[in-house]
Write a protein that binds this ligand. Sequence first.
Ligand code: SF4
Ligand code: SF4
Ligand code: FES
Length: 598
Amino acid sequence: MSDPNPPMFNVQIDGVWHQFPKGTRVIEACEQVGVFVPRYCYHKKLSSPGNCRMCLIEMGFPRLGPDRKPELGADGIPIINWMPRPQICCAQDVADGMAVRTDSPLVKDCRHGVMEFLLINHPLDCPICDQAGECLLQEFSVDYGNSQSRFLENKVKKPKNVQLGPRVTLDDERCILCSRCIRFCQEIAHDDVLGFVDRGSHTVLTAHPGRSLENNYSLNTVDICPVGALTSTDFRFKMRVWFLKETKSICTSCATGCNTVIGTREDVIYRQTPRENDRVNSCWMCDYGRLNYKYLEAEDRLLEPQIRSEGRLVPADWPTAVGQAALQVKQFAASEIAIVASGRMTNEELWLTTQLVNSLGVKWIDIVPRRGDGDDILLSRDRNPNTNGARLILGSSSEPGAKLMAIADAVRSGGIKALVILKENAMHLGLSVEELARLPTLIVMNNLPNAATEKASVVLPACGFAEKRGSMVNGTGRLQRLNRATRPPGNARDDWEILRDLVQAIGGGDSLHSIEDVFRRISETVPKFAGLSLSKIGDLGVHILHMEELPPTLPGDEEAIQQAVAIQARRRAVRPQLHQARPHLGASSIEPKAAPRR
Ligand code: SF4
Ligand code: SF4
Ligand code: FES
C-alpha cells in the first residue's frame, strides 16, 4: 500500500532544483518537469528490468563535509559529487539531494553508442515497416543515430513473419530485446507465454514450446512494442499510420468502457487502440473489444428506411418511414404496445426512448441483458456498455430483462399488438419468426438485418457505435463520451435523431436541435446527471454513480509490479542452482530458457 502523504525530496535536474514525492522514478521525475529521457524497455505500467540502456544519465549526490552536511559552493548551492559512470534512470527512485544531468556530452555519447549497437543487426527497412511513423527506433535515430554504419559484417538474419498467435505477427529481426511484451504477458495478462532464447546477437523472442500468444490481451503487446517487431495481423500493411484520423472514444463491447482511439480514413475503421485512463483501463484493452468493429462494414448493413407495402419491405424516405411508424403505433392502446430498448444505446437515445414511452403511455419497456464470460483484468461479464445508463434513465426498479418474458408472452397471446424494437434482435425475446410475423405492427431500429427485421412493418436504419456521439455510464458508474469517427453508410441516421423525429411525429416532445440539447434535458431531469454537459464529461469521463458491487477491474499496477518482482526473484533463485549444476559456465552463459512457468 503506497503512502498517501510521502515525504518530498529535493532533486536537481539539469541544474534546476525540483521537489518530488518519495518513490518517483527518476525517468518520471524528469518527464514531469518537461525533460524527456529516451527509453525503449521502460514502460510506466510494467516492471523495470533496465536492459536497453537508452536512458543512461549522469547522477550525483551532494558532497558531504566532515560534519556530514552538504558542502556548499561559492554560489551557496551544494557541490555535487558526480558518479564516475552513467546510470540508468528508469529503475532508480529519486533520493533527497540527488542531481541528474540528462543532456551532458557524456549522456549524448551514451545514447549515440546505444543506438549504434541497436542498429547493428536491425534491418534498415523503415519504408516497408508497418511501425514507420510511430517507431521509437526511428524517432531516436533522428536525435542520436549516425548517418553511416561502421558495421561491415553481415547482419544476423532472424525469423520473419512468425505467427506468435492468431492475432500477432513477429518479425524477429526488428526486435530490440526490450522485453516489454514478455513483461506485459507476465504482469498484466497473467499468461507467461513469451521469452527469449539463444544468446548474444542470436537471441530471439519466441513463445514457449507448445504455447502461442493467444490470450485476450495479446494485441497490447503490439501497442507497447517500441519497434516494428510485433504487428497486428489484422492491421499490418493495411494503412500508413500518418494517414489515420484519430478519434477519442470508448469501446462499447462490455460494461468496462475502455477508452480508445479509433483510427479511420475515409470513413473506414482501420484499428482501435487503447487510450490511457487510469480510472478505467490503464493503458490496455482486450482483443475482443478491439476487433469488434468489423460488423460496421458488413455488406448487408441497413442503408435505407423501409416500410411494408403489399406484403414486402420497400425503400422509403425518412419522413415517410417515421410518419408510418408513428401512425402505426398510435392506432393501439397503450396497453397493447411494448418497447424493447438496448443496453447498447447511449444515454441520449435512452432518454428519448423515455419520451417515446411517455408520449404513448407505454408500460411495457425493458432492455435485453447480455452476458458473457468476464475475467479479472478488464473484460466484464456484462456485455452491454450502458446497463447503468439504462437503469438511471429508464428508472426501472427491476433488473434489466425482468419484463422480457412477460412481453414475449403478451405478444404470443395477442395482448401486445405493436412492438418497437430499438437496437436489439426481437428473436432474443424467445419469439419465433412466425409469432413476430403475426404482429400487426413491428417497428425495428437497427444497423444490421436479422430474421425479425424481415417481418418488420417499418425498418429504421441507425448508426453503429463509431458513427455517432453520445454518452454512456460504465459498469463502475463512470459517465464517458463516445465520439463520431466515421459517417454512417447510405441513408442510415443518427439514432437520437430518429427517436426525436418519432417522438415528435407521435405528438410529444419539443424541439431538440442537437445532441447537446438532449444531454441538457437529461441533466435537468435525471438527478445523477445534474450540472453536467457533454463537454464537462471531458475525455476521461466523470464518476456519477457508486456501485455496491463493482464489475471486475484492473488489478492495481502496484500489485502487478509486485507480482513481476516476485517472478524475477524466483528466477534469480533458480540461477545459482544452475551454476552449481554447470560450474564451468559463467553467469552470462545461463540461458533464460529455464525460466519457471507461472
Ligand atoms: S518484440 Fe518488441 S516488445 Fe517484444 S522484446 Fe522485441 S522489441 Fe521488445
Ligand atoms: S474489456 Fe470490455 S470495454 Fe474493454 S476493450 Fe474489452 S470489451 Fe471493450
Ligand atoms: S529505458 Fe532504462 S534501461 Fe531501458
